[in-house]
Design a protein around this ligand. Structure first.
Ligand SMILES: *[C@@H]1O[C@H](CO)[C@@H](O)[C@H](O)[C@H]1NC(C)=O
Ligand SMILES: *[C@@H]1O[C@H](CO)[C@@H](O)[C@H](O)[C@H]1NC(C)=O
Ligand SMILES: *[C@@H]1O[C@H](CO)[C@@H](O)[C@H](O)[C@H]1NC(C)=O
Ligand SMILES: *[C@@H]1O[C@H](CO)[C@@H](O)[C@H](O)[C@H]1NC(C)=O
Ligand SMILES: *[C@@H]1O[C@H](CO)[C@@H](O)[C@H](O)[C@H]1NC(C)=O
Ligand SMILES: *[C@@H]1O[C@H](CO)[C@@H](O)[C@H](O)[C@H]1NC(C)=O
Ligand SMILES: *[C@@H]1O[C@H](CO)[C@@H](O)[C@H](O)[C@H]1NC(C)=O
Ligand SMILES: *[C@@H]1O[C@H](CO)[C@@H](O)[C@H](O)[C@H]1NC(C)=O
Length: 472
């Protein structure tokens, strides 16, 4: 068959699943570069709540391994991440497990004086950001506050939820003054401290999970109307200081919760006061396009917060296995035009499942979740644009991305327990070479073949695997 190229690399069967060895099915995939969707930002993680200090030695990780762990996460040829989500701390002084505020002492009134303190450390988040930048010079820094300083809130404390004094319904004996402008200035001051360190903050956020009051840690509530009351001050303040910065709304606990805030924000007349819709995947899934008025959306935090450490790709079917994360990302990118996907912690000394890399004193263990991120983001780099990709089989998921230089990434997720023979039809793509990278129980984004392109691409996609085709 003239013009058909074959990349066949069948994985050695070490699956927990059984299937008839010789059973294959065929499917056709169509890629069309003329139909463009969202611009991608990438994958990422966070070192909030002092966890960055564990990545930088507080539990015995040696300086050499601090570098290796950060490189595994952020190097373009390994984990391929490009987002760091930092917590703009609200704790006065240094308290283990909390993030120190740049305003340890609050003035009596919003008239000031504001004696900001910069310790060039930021509870180890500065070192995390600097080291990530070493391995990925284009890291997208998301600076996000969990709470305003307690003095600016109805509850008088960084914990216990509460509202910013000055937004509607912020009735409290603690709200003698309207602190909204002071809080906006405070957030911008944090960005200025990073600028002093030569680091550009790309995205600035004022809330974390404002639909949820966890009581025991830094938190602040807001509905969409109250978000409007604050963002109408933050947005012009941030843009005046940093014309290129983006402002987020609002890191809700789930996609549905975020959609609700966005509807209210719009009703309140505040849809012009944010640039990126940010949401977490804890309480609900994305499922459909966001009501963000055409603005991009990012999934900015998620992990299996309660489970034991799960490093596997596809052994148990548990929700935190790598293979499941590949499907979560596919669904967000294709069904909700999501531009990036941020895991909760980066690296943590733990037996739990909140980080991509588990530390144990000076040892480290990489979760296969990182290989799900890498299957997408080693190839669909920041600034790539998602293009049309369709599959003839419901359990064979495909998406495609054109990089700035015209190279194309096509991650294909095979959910079936048998291999698919696929024929990939390429429209509007000028590439001449196709390389294939496999991730399954035995491969971590491993190069498995390369060939010249001359028309359609024919390949095998292994069972329970992601195979990413990189066309250049
Ligand atoms: C698979 O096909 C090959 C060649 O047709 C045959 O020799 C082999 O017995 C088959 N294996 C199974 C498990 O059916
Ligand atoms: C940053 O502060 C932490 C305590 O919060 C400390 O353990 C660490 O050594 C400091 N890092 C640097 C680079 O000074
Ligand atoms: C006001 O702030 C104080 C702490 O400064 C707190 O104990 C109190 O509960 C707050 N009042 C209300 C109504 O939340
Ligand atoms: C904003 O971004 C543009 C394009 O990247 C750059 O040329 C410019 O210097 C930036 N401006 C500021 C104030 O950082
Ligand atoms: C680090 O992890 C190990 C293994 O889980 C645990 O025994 C140890 O207590 C942890 N250290 C700290 C400081 O949390
Ligand atoms: C194009 O960009 C991709 C992604 O950044 C990179 O991996 C690749 O080497 C570049 N190719 C060329 C030919 O510049
Ligand atoms: C292929 O080349 C054409 C003509 O130069 C160009 O318009 C098009 O954008 C290229 N396609 C991709 C995916 O880069
Ligand atoms: C990825 O797999 C290769 C080949 O099995 C292995 O050498 C390498 O250590 C793995 N990388 C990581 C970071 O686990």
């Amino acid at each position: 068959m003239k013009g058909l190229i074959v990349i066949a690399a069948i994985a050695a069967g070490c699956s927990a699943w059984t299937y008839t060895d010789n059973m294959t099915a065929s499917a056709s995939i169509s890629i069309n570069a003329a139909q463009k969707y969202q611009t991608m930002v990438g994958g990422g993680c966070s070192g909030a709540f002092g966890i960055a200090c564990q990545q930088f030695g507080s539990v015995g990780l040696s300086p050499a391994n601090q570098e290796i762990v950060t490189q595994i996460l952020y190097d373009e040829n390994i984990g391929g991440l490009s987002i760091v989500r930092n917590d703009i701390g609200s704790t006065p002084g240094h308290v283990p497990g909390d993030v120190s505020s740049i305003l340890p002492v609050c003035p009596e009134t919003p008239a000031g004086p504001f004696n900001y303190v910069w310790d060039r450390n930021d509870t180890c988040q500065l070192q995390l950001t600097q080291t990530a930048l070493k391995y990925n010079p284009n890291v997208y820094v998301y600076a996000d506050a969990w709470s305003a300083p307690g003095c600016m809130k109805t509850v008088g404390s960084e914990d216990y939820g509460g509202f910013i004094c000055g937004v509607r319904d912020s009735n409290s004996p603690n709200c003698t003054y309207d602190w909204r402008q002071a809080y906006a200035d405070y957030l911008v001051q944090y960005v200025k401290f990073y600028e002093q360190e030569g680091i550009e903050v790309s995205l600035l956020g004022a809330w974390n999970e404002p639909d949820f009051n966890p009581v025991t840690y830094a938190s602040m509530q807001s509905d969409g109307y109250q978000a409007k009351d604050f963002l109408e001050l933050l947005y012009p303040t941030a843009k005046a200081a940093f014309p290129n910065i983006s402002v987020s709304c609002c890191d809700a606990t789930g996609a549905r919760q975020e959609r609700n805030i966005l509807y209210e924000l719009d009703q309140a007349g505040g849809s012009g006061f944010f640039d990126v819709a940010t949401w977490h995947n804890y309480q609900s899934n994305p499922e459909r396009p966001f009501n963000s008025g055409g603005k991009p959306n990012l999934m900015t935090e998620w992990a299996d917060g309660t489970g034991p450490w799960t490093p596997t790709w596809d052994v148990s079917g548990q929700l935190a296995e790598g293979f499941q994360w590949a499907l979560y990302m596919h669904n967000a990118f294709v069904n909700s035009d999501t531009s990036g996907y941020t895991h909760w912690w980066c690296a943590q000394n733990t037996t739990g499942d909140n980080a991509l890399i588990r530390l144990d004193y000076d040892s480290y263990f990489v979760s296969a979740r990182l290989w799900a991120f890498a299957s997408y983001f080693r190839f669909a780099r920041p600034g790539s644009v998602r293009i049309e990709a369709t599959s003839s089989a419901e359990n064979l998921y495909v998406s495609a991305y054109v990089n700035k230089n015209g190279t194309v990434a096509i991650p294909v997720v095979n959910e079936a327990h048998f291999p698919y023979q696929v024929t990939i039809d390429l429209t509007g793509i000028n590439a001449t070479t196709a390389a294939a990278y496999l991730t399954d129980n035995n491969h971590n984004v491993s190069f498995v073949g390369q060939t010249q392109l001359a028309g359609k691409l024919q390949a095998t996609v292994e069972p329970r695997a992601v195979k990413t085709f990189f066309l250049s």
